[in-house]
Design a protein around this ligand. Structure first.
Ligand SMILES: C[S@@+](CC[C@H](N)C(=O)[O-])C[C@H]1O[C@@H](n2cnc3c(N)ncnc32)[C@H](O)[C@@H]1O
Length: 256
């Protein structure tokens, strides 16, 4: 269940150009309502540093990161190599290198936690961070105008949304902000890992706090259609075995 909290402190990073401001639109970020999930607050400075290092740590993590990058590259190709992209939530900029492979691409990046953005900006190569236009905000209520970018790129966020209501809210916002496509990854069922997780969850019923969820394929694909998207591609991390799936969605006429 999403906790809705008014966040009056939404602001742009000191040396960054907010996407909204960059586009010359006069949006008062102080007026934006921030929305957070139970897990949203855990990404403080220490956690941001840990998150940055985690994905470069050990053989399995590096292999997994490499595969994530390969899928991201393919998804961008299928989306038609979008010119202007919003990476949200960007975390510490794990995919900025892939996004920057197109030398002409305009890259916006946003996260609820400024410490995540700052860690990415401080530690990624300068030739990449120099191209990133970052701003802090909630993915559910982005401080940018309609059709702001050609594509939204949202990796490893939807698996934190256990409620259909929250996913639909996010999809509606992405439909508003993207002109054409949305790329997003999540955990889905129909594979060995999801079955193993389900039996594990049965053994530990009634856990008070859960922040990651396997979403049934039938459910999420129905939510995409309801939100005004058609499916261009389904890209699995390791088909029939792993839970991670990346979808490439294209906007259809409107929302049902
Ligand atoms: C698992 S990380 C994924 C980051 C990045 N996409 C990646 O794959 O490395 C989840 C991110 O969601 C951000 N987050 C949490 N709640 C948010 C919200 N309501 N709006 C935007 N970002 C949020 C966190 O700060 C964190 O950076």
């Amino acid at each position: 269940m999403m906790n809705i909290a008014l966040d009056k402190s939404i602001k742009t990073a000191p040396n960054d150009v907010s996407g909204a401001q960059h586009a010359g639109r006069n949006i008062d970020m102080q007026q934006q309502a921030g929305e957070e999930l139970a897990f949203s607050q855990k990404y403080d400075e220490k956690h941001a540093r840990h998150y940055f290092e985690k994905h470069q740590d050990g053989l399995w993590r590096r292999l997994s990161d490499w595969r994530d990058h390969q899928i991201a590259r393919k998804a961008l190709r299928i989306a038609g190599n979008p010119h202007e992209v919003l990476d949200v939530p960007c975390g510490t900029g794990r995919f900025w290198d892939v996004l920057a492979e197109d030398p002409d691409r305009v890259i916006h990046a946003s996260d609820y936690n400024q410490s995540m953005i700052d860690t990415g900006m401080a530690n990624r190569p300068k030739e990449i961070t120099g191209r990133i236009r970052s701003f802090q905000g909630s993915a559910f209520n982005l401080p940018v105008p309609d059709n702001f970018v050609d594509s939204i790129f949202s990796i490893r966020f939807v698996h934190h949304l256990g409620e259909s209501e929250d996913r639909l809210k996010l999809l509606r916002e992405f439909h508003r902000v993207s002109r054409d496509t949305v790329i997003l990854s999540m955990w889905v069922d129909g594979n060995v890992k999801a079955m193993a997780r389900r039996s594990l969850e049965k053994k530990r019923p009634g856990r008070a706090y859960q922040n990651r969820f396997v979403i049934p394929v039938a459910t999420i694909e129905e939510e995409f259609a309801r939100s005004g998207f058609s499916i261009e591609a389904r890209l699995d991390f390791l088909k029939y075995y792993h839970m991670w799936r990346t979808y490439v969605l294209r906007k259809t006429q409107g929302q049902a």
